[in-house]
Ligand binder design. Structure first.
Ligand code: MG
Length: 472
């Protein structure tokens, strides 16, 4: 482990919601919830004002509506968020060649690799400067954690939120971790947490006290050793630059060989879903689906299939993995399964958030505050106006859709530069003077679209894949 706190973790504060508040003066200081607005939608990001009311990400939107009935509910605008993300990632790349993005608004940076920092003082200085630059360039705030390992840097940025910086001095890690819940450790989800609790272990210190043998006995070899090391604050994981990540894959080793073919298929599906979540988390997609099978006799097979274009659609990856499995004989039993995607591209579909939030898919129609009976069924498709998306009216100028339904669309006319909330007007949904437009930059002169042109499908455009229909 290094001895200086030169691993930086950046996490933008309530990213999607903050971007919307910066974009829409009338929402500043208000509860804002960005997510799927349909019946099965989930919250992607809640503003801090909404979090006070108990709303958090991955919560069903219906539940959020009960907790925060007066909040603004908006559909995500990924093209917009991606443009801001690129500005932020650009600042990180200027500090170091080793930047590992975890999602659109989160990344690790190895400051030593770039020569940006070598000790505590230089690390802190770099973190302070980065936060300033992010504010200047994007108009938004991000929190910074600095530590000697990835695990601690991430814990530090969590403690720094919102709009802060925390540096964990090397040597103090164990004292800091000791009283914390085991859930703070990477890889400890609700299931592992429950498992440990039943054994009387709730804090990190209790893992250390239990001893490595006991933890391995409880959790198995692979997980147990790793977790025990983390509890001792031993984390040597390197920051891996994005371009070095040529494939994204996940695999599981089973304590007991799996013989049941149905179970094998289910495991492969589960791995495919997990793989796609990771892929999307990194803002990537890939063309080649890889299945790995280690059989009872340790013979290992890999099978792959290359698609016509890159995908991050869970259904596509699942189906390809299932096809590949059909060609593998597993009658003797399986001890390891893996699913990977390679041939990566920066391209992603517009429904990133559905999977990130653990939902199988976003409802197709994300237009309005309340579900609207579709008057146009069987006729020409009615123009859809997605809540929160930008429009221009030939007379009133730039605004955004506050809501629509029953043939009407309500628009608030304001721009990011306005100090006061703008006026609201209502139009017919087929008003020829109204058109969908790109968002305005949050900082004058800044970009509003990702630098490589990502096609933005308009209403009614066919998307690739079953789940690729989040509104744009
Ligand atoms: Mg964040």
């Amino acid at each position: 482990m290094r001895t200086a706190p030169t691993i930086l973790h950046l996490d933008m504060d309530a990213f999607y919601a903050s971007a919307e508040q910066a974009s829409k003066p009338s929402l500043r200081g208000k509860a804002v919830i960005v997510g799927g607005l349909g019946p099965r939608g989930v919250v992607a990001t809640a503003s801090y004002e909404a979090r006070v009311l108990g709303v958090h990400s991955a919560m069903p939107t219906a539940q959020a509506r009960r907790l925060a009935p007066n909040a603004a509910y908006l559909t995500p605008r990924f093209t917009f968020y991606r443009a801001i993300s690129q500005q932020v990632m650009g600042l990180l790349h200027a500090m170091s060649p080793l930047v590992e993005p975890l999602s659109l608004d989160e990344a690790f940076v190895d400051l030593e690799a770039g020569g940006a920092a070598w000790d505590e003082a230089s690390a802190r200085g770099t973190g302070v400067r980065l936060r300033q630059e992010i504010r200047e360039v994007t108009g938004l705030t991000g929190s910074v954690g600095l530590a000697a390992s990835k695990m601690l840097a991430k814990i530090a940025s969590e403690q720094a939120k919102p709009d802060g910086l925390v540096l964990i001095e090397p040597g103090t890690e164990r004292a800091l971790l000791g009283p914390m819940s085991v859930r703070i450790l990477p890889g400890v989800g609700p299931a592992t947490g429950d498992h440990l609790r039943r054994a009387g272990i709730t804090t990190v210190e209790e893992i250390v006290e239990a001893g490595e043998d006991e933890v391995v006995r409880l959790l198995g070899k692979a997980h147990g050793h790793g977790l025990y090391a983390m509890a001792l604050a031993r984390d040597d994981r390197a920051v891996v630059a994005e371009r070095d990540a040529k494939s994204v894959s996940v695999e599981d080793t089973y304590d007991v060989d799996i013989h049941d073919r149905v179970r094998v298929r289910l495991e492969v599906q589960r791995l495919a879903d997990r793989c796609v979540r990771r892929l999307r988390g990194a803002g990537l997609s890939g063309r080649t689906i890889v299945l790995k099978v280690r059989r009872y006799d340790f013979s290992t097979l890999t099978r792959s299939e290359t698609l016509r274009g890159p995908t991050d659609d869970p259904a596509v990856v699942r189906e390809a993995a299932a096809r590949l499995l059909e060609a593998v004989d597993t009658t003797g039993g399986v001890r390891l399964l893996g699913v990977g995607v390679s041939g990566l591209a920066d391209y992603t579909q517009e429904d990133l958030f559905a999977q990130a939030a653990g939902e199988p898919e976003l409802p197709e129609e994300e237009t309005v505050e309340e579900a609207v009976p579709d008057e146009s069924a069987g006729q020409a498709v009615e123009r859809r106006w997605s809540a929160g998306h930008d429009v221009r009216h030939s007379v009133y100028g730039h605004g955004w859709v506050q809501g629509s339904g029953l043939g009407r669309v309500t628009v608030r006319f304001e721009t990011p530069e306005d100090k006061e909330p703008g006026r609201v007007r209502t139009f017919r949904t087929d008003d020829p003077d109204l058109e969908a437009v790109d968002p305005l930059p949050l900082v004058p002169g800044g970009p509003v679209r990702p630098s490589e042109a990502v096609p933005v499908p308009g209403p009614g455009t066919e998307h690739e894949g079953r789940a690729g229909r989040a509104s744009v």
